[in-house]
Design a protein around this ligand. Structure first.
Ligand code: DWN
Length: 398
């Protein structure tokens, strides 16, 4: 097992067991041919990088029927509006060209006036890219990597800002991605991206952030060390509330911009909290094992008391919890979700039926597992009555 960046030995420290494709919602006839891999995590000491050991090929995950759309959450639509305003305010004074890596349905890019700025998205899933194109956004239906970046010769060293959100941790060949950025970015350009934050995952014990698509869970320490290897530097880090705790990273070519004081403060905090070293991994492993025990005993108690239980939101994250804890239809009657591409299918691995929100309204359970705990603010408002009766639960404190 080797680190995807340094090619040095990785220290494997925990397996979540046999795992299907997190967004591989399937029909009954596909059960027999379902793909599984071993979801094991390891740590690369020299660059403090938390990563998967084994993972499916990117095309197995980001295919022509990818069922996740950024616009499925009102909260995220608002967040991306604010993110775009922040980019414009801080780095957008003379901005001419902007690229987003993993632009999904165009939720972020639609905040830019494409008459004033040339915006372009890279989105590998065809069905999702089509939605973005319908919004009038130039969208390249390809993975962002060195080979594909090189095809845009006219844009060489011409891009002012490259952005991403919840996309960079999905890219196993980070080296090729960084080379692509190096090819396109201006001398004074910046690369800004947001990702689920390792420190928040450790604190909450939210191991459900780990699944096939999330090849890496980044920290400031790892990002700082990775980009240093390629003549770039981390110039800012801004904590975000999204996805249960994320980090916005700002990267520039070495020696061009002044580093913010905040970066050093946050890096020191990571040292103090063992976010940059192997000790943190072992502590996290204990947290996961305890959470699993607690969750199973709670579910058994609910069932003993003849309570009807359902899942709320068929998230990618739910695939890890359900398969790691072996939670099937013995416990959950169904999982409700708003995505038409998931409704009528079954959850990956555990094969729990995915139903519409109407089903949830017409057949309310006694207890509901909130799989989209990261969107609790908007869901608690939407499901006011259910919330009043204190019927939610999760594998972490919500
Ligand atoms: O990085 C990723 C993040 C950003 O999005 C991807 N790898 C895939 C995806 O992860 P996720 O599925 O865990 O994302 P969410 O945003 O936590 O959950 C989305 C799912 O939840 C969708 O299926 C829609 C559903 N949902 C719902 O049914 N009712 C979401 C909300 C807000 C709701 O009210």
């Amino acid at each position: 097992m080797i680190c995807k960046i340094t090619k040095k030995k990785l220290i494997p420290f925990m397996s979540f067991g046999k795992m299907p494709i997190a967004n591989g919602f399937l029909r009954k006839k596909q059960f027999k041919s379902e793909f599984f891999f071993n979801l094991e995590v390891g740590f690369s000491k020299s660059i403090s990088l938390f990563q998967l050991n084994e993972h499916p090929k990117p095309k197995q995950m980001f295919n022509n029927n990818y069922p996740f759309f950024t616009g499925s959450s009102k909260g995220m639509i608002q967040h991306f509006k604010k993110y775009s305003q922040w980019v414009k305010k801080n780095y957008g004074k003379k901005i001419k060209h902007l690229i987003e890596i993993g632009s999904n349905d165009g939720t972020f890019l639609s905040n830019f006036d494409n008459k004033k700025i040339n915006v372009m998205g890279f989105e590998p899933s065809k069905n999702v890219a089509q939605i973005s194109r319908k919004k009038g956004i130039k969208t390249i239906n390809k993975f962002f990597n060195f080979n594909n970046a090189k095809k845009f010769k006219k844009l060489k060293n011409n891009i002012d800002v490259i952005t991403a959100a919840n996309a960079i941790c999905h890219v196993p060949n980070l080296i090729s991605l960084i080379k692509g950025i190096n090819f396109l970015l201006k001398q004074r350009g910046v690369f800004i991206f947001e990702e689920p934050y390792l420190g928040s995952m450790y604190l909450k014990g939210s191991y459900d952030q780990i699944y096939d698509e999330h090849i890496f869970i980044f920290s400031l320490s790892s990002i700082n060390k990775i980009f240093n290897l390629f003549n770039f530097e981390l110039i800012d880090g801004i904590p975000q509330k999204t996805h249960g705790g994320s980090m916005r990273y700002v990267i520039a070519r070495k020696g061009i911009f002044k580093k913010s004081k905040r970066v050093n403060r946050l890096l020191l905090n990571e040292k103090l909290k063992n976010i940059d070293n192997y000790k943190g991994c072992l502590k996290f492993k204990k947290k996961c094992e305890n959470s699993k025990k607690k969750l199973i005993s709670m579910l058994k108690k609910y069932k003993k008391n003849k309570l009807k239980i359902a899942g709320y939101a068929a998230t990618s994250k739910s695939t890890t919890i359900l398969n790691y804890c072996n939670i099937n239809t013995k416990y959950l009657d169904y999982i409700c979700d708003t995505t038409k591409e998931k409704i009528g299918k079954y959850s990956p691995g555990m094969h729990i039926p995915v139903v519409s929100m109407d089903h949830f309204k017409n057949n309310p359970p006694d207890k509901s597992f909130l799989f989209a705990w990261n969107h609790k603010k908007e869901i608690f408002i939407k499901e006011r009555e259910f919330t009043k009766k204190k019927r939610w639960f999760a594998h972490i404190k919500i």
